[in-house]
Design a protein around this ligand. Structure first.
Ligand SMILES: [Fe+2]
Ligand SMILES: [Fe+2]
Length: 287
């Protein structure tokens, strides 16, 4: 598939997607959803276009192709901190007005988790959770890296953001994939479900042998808003998923609401995070 520049990068920065999440899921004590909706938001059209592409092209086959391509991990072998620096090159040239770069978002998320006294693997998860966005640096289009994730191979829930765009997705006309359960069995457990492709699934595969299971759920399903916020896929979840999603729900507010105007000083925090990385992860990871 060849894409034009707008198809590849409908958002001027990945932060536009994250800012839109705050419009949909505002922090409870802040503005009500309706107030946000009336708010003049020029980023809204690009976010819409982003979801149009995402919902059109994320088919069951597309996901299988991307898994085959990226889960070989034959692109690069680097230390985790190096991967973070690599990730940071992403925003530096894509948007000069950006308030926070990727590393700042990761550090703010992790520091908020640490300040609340959670276990160190939870802090590390906050620090790592978006590292999979390095996919953008391998030339992947934004709609195949970020955005809400959802199961492929079965009917698309109308509780996924912009559900109307699934009409353009060939799977919605394919009898194998357009029924409630599609290729799955009732309550088969998410481990048997293929999710749309993006930074969540990719990082899960990078970290799966090294972190405790709740951490892996947080990483793998943090963009699965249709489930962790809307409960739209209870029919595919098993009891174990339900238990583990308590952690996904615990993680989500740190991801969305930890943005602070006080930017963490990277050099001061680096030794702590380097130690944490060394405690749980190998010296280098393969991308
Ligand atoms: Fe993310
Ligand atoms: Fe995030």
């Amino acid at each position: 598939m060849a894409f034009t520049e707008t198809e590849r990068n409908p958002l001027s920065s990945l932060e536009q997607w994250e800012d839109d999440l705050l419009v949909r899921y505002p922090e409870p004590e802040h503005k009500a959803k309706e107030e946000y909706r009336n708010y003049d938001n020029p980023g809204r059209d690009t976010v819409r276009e982003f979801y149009r592409l995402n919902h059109t092209y994320q088919t069951y086959d597309f996901v299988q192709q991307k898994r085959a391509e990226f889960l070989k991990f034959d692109k690069k072998e680097i230390p985790v901190w190096g991967a973070m620096e690599f990730l940071n090159t992403l925003v530096d040239d894509s948007d000069p007005d950006i308030e926070l770069d990727q590393l700042q978002h990761l550090l703010q998320t992790a520091e908020a988790i640490r300040a609340d006294g959670h276990p160190d693997w939870f802090v590390l998860t906050g620090f790592l959770h978006d590292m999979g966005k390095v996919l953008c640096l391998f030339g992947e289009p934004q709609w195949a890296v970020v955005g809400d994730t959802f199961p492929v191979g079965c009917a698309h829930s109308d509780r996924i953001v912009y559900p109307e765009f699934f009409q353009n997705n060939p799977d919605s006309k394919d009898k194998r994939y357009n029924t409630k359960y599609g290729v799955y069995e009732p309550n088969c457990g998410l481990r048997n479900v293929t999710m749309s492709w993006g930074h969540d699934e990719y990082l899960y595969h990078i970290t799966k042998d090294h972190l405790p299971e709740p951490a892996l759920y947080m990483i793998r399903y943090h963009s699965f808003y249709a489930q962790h916020r809307e409960n739209a896929y209870d029919h595919l979840m098993d009891d174990h998923d339900r238990e583990m999603f308590k952690w996904v729900n615990k993680f989500n507010p740190y991801d969305l609401y930890s943005k602070s105007p006080v930017t963490p000083v990277v050099s001061e925090l680096k030794p702590y995070y380097e130690d944490l990385i060394a405690k749980y992860l190998p010296a280098t990871i393969r991308l």
